[in-house]
Design a protein around this ligand. Structure first.
Ligand code: HEC
Ligand code: HEC
Ligand code: HEC
Ligand code: HEC
Ligand code: HEC
Length: 224
């Protein structure tokens, strides 16, 4: 048997094994078994199926497509059962017309380099579910896109240019929320910025540091 054939079979078997694991985990009675970490704050009562959706086509069609792939009659294998969680699942409840960093913007080719460092075109790159931490990105990640930032008239007492020269990338989230979804005034004095320990605490699972109300709220789901 060729190496390629073996490789494909291993891929297929691996797919079946992980399908069985996922299907078992998704049974309502298995909720308690999900020991790899709690849901994000606010998601505790979401149904698993609000994010884990079925792949297109019937189960039989999916298996057939994969058999055709094994027989070299088809270019790609398909997911069996559940598909990978995509932005669309999140946006269904979190559509925000006021988002200042909408994920779709970063699909443009000019963000290729930034995408290599940080997948800013994917919600789950920064908000991974089932992890102990709230955020799955480093606090200083603004550096991947704003390193050439200069404000014509900088209102801040320590200018943006200076902050960047000092590599003070951890200061940014102290004055700016990423999505621009808080009704707040942007600080102009560095000493009034949200202190780094509060940001770090928030990134772990601590309380929200931003003043001001949420502008576009998440769509409510039916509590069961
Ligand atoms: C808010 C969205 C969301 C909800 C609700 C959710 N998950 Fe997930 N889950 C994710 C994301 C994102 C991943 C990362 C893998 C991916 O993209 O498919 C993931 C991964 C997993 C994995 C690892 C397998 C894989 O495909 O990588 C399992 C198992 C899993 N979830 C089970 C559950 C169960 C059980 C529930 C209900 C208690 C649940 N999930 C609810 C978003 C969610
Ligand atoms: C069925 C609706 C629904 C879906 C689907 C959903 N969310 Fe949520 N999400 C909520 C609700 C409700 C809250 C609680 C906050 C609120 O009420 O505004 C929340 C809160 C959050 C928070 C804030 C958590 C905090 O720290 O306060 C983040 C981040 C988040 N969701 C990201 C995501 C991502 C990423 C996905 C896709 C993988 C997703 N959500 C899918 C409804 C949803
Ligand atoms: C590059 C990293 C990154 C990406 C990608 C990202 N976020 Fe966020 N998100 C953050 C950070 C940082 C915060 C905390 C600061 C803030 O509130 O803006 C946050 C806060 C949130 C909050 C809580 C505050 C609010 O606005 O209600 C929600 C909900 C949320 N994100 C949902 C999403 C969804 C849905 C997506 C995909 C459409 C997404 N995020 C993509 C970094 C990211
Ligand atoms: C993947 C690239 C990327 C990352 C990472 C990124 N930004 Fe941006 N940011 C942009 C782009 C693109 C714009 C829009 C610029 C424009 O419209 O001229 C922008 C705009 C902004 C604006 C101005 C928004 C407005 O409406 O005037 C602020 C403030 C900002 N970013 C702060 C941040 C902060 C703070 C971080 C880190 C937490 C960050 N950005 C991370 C690409 C990025
Ligand atoms: C002390 C508070 C403070 C800090 C720290 C700070 N900013 Fe700002 N930033 C402001 C204010 C004030 C403005 C003026 C516009 C406004 O009011 O939003 C601004 C404007 C911006 C803009 C919009 C520029 C434009 O052309 O309109 C971007 C992008 C930005 N900041 C990114 C960053 C990044 C990246 C960092 C981290 C290196 C950072 N900021 C740190 C307060 C701050």
């Amino acid at each position: 048997m060729s190496y390629r054939r073996k490789h494909k079979q291993a891929y297929f078997l691996g797919g079946i094994v992980s399908l069985v694991i996922v299907l078992v985990l998704l049974l309502p009675s298995s909720r308690g078994f999900l020991k790899n970490g709690p849901m994000l704050p606010g998601h505790e009562e979401l149904e698993c199926s609000s994010c884990h959706k079925e792949e297109q086509g019937s189960f039989r069609q999916q298996i057939q497509a994969n058999i055709q792939y094994l027989l070299n009659n088809r270019k790609n294998a398909v997911s069996v059962g559940l598909r990978a969680v995509a932005n669309s699942e999140c946006i269904e409840c979190h559509e925000r017309p006021n988002d200042r960093h909408p994920v779709y913007r970063f699909r443009e080719p000019k963000y290729l380099e930034a995408r290599k460092n940080i997948k800013a075109d994917k919600c789950s790159a920064c908000h991974s579910e089932h992890k102990r931490k709230r955020m799955s990105v480093a606090i200083n990640y603004c550096m991947h896109c704003h390193d050439d930032l200069i404000l014509k008239e900088d209102p801040v007492d320590v200018s943006h240019q200076q902050l960047i020269k000092d590599k003070n990338w951890s200061s940014c989230l102290g004055c700016h929320d990423y999505h621009g979804n808080h009704d707040m005034k942007t600080e102009v004095k560095l000493k009034n910025a949200i202190p780094l320990p509060d940001l770090k605490n928030y990134f772990e699972r601590g309380s929200h540091p931003y003043p001001g109300k949420i502008i576009t709220k998440a769509k409510k789901y039916e509590k069961k």
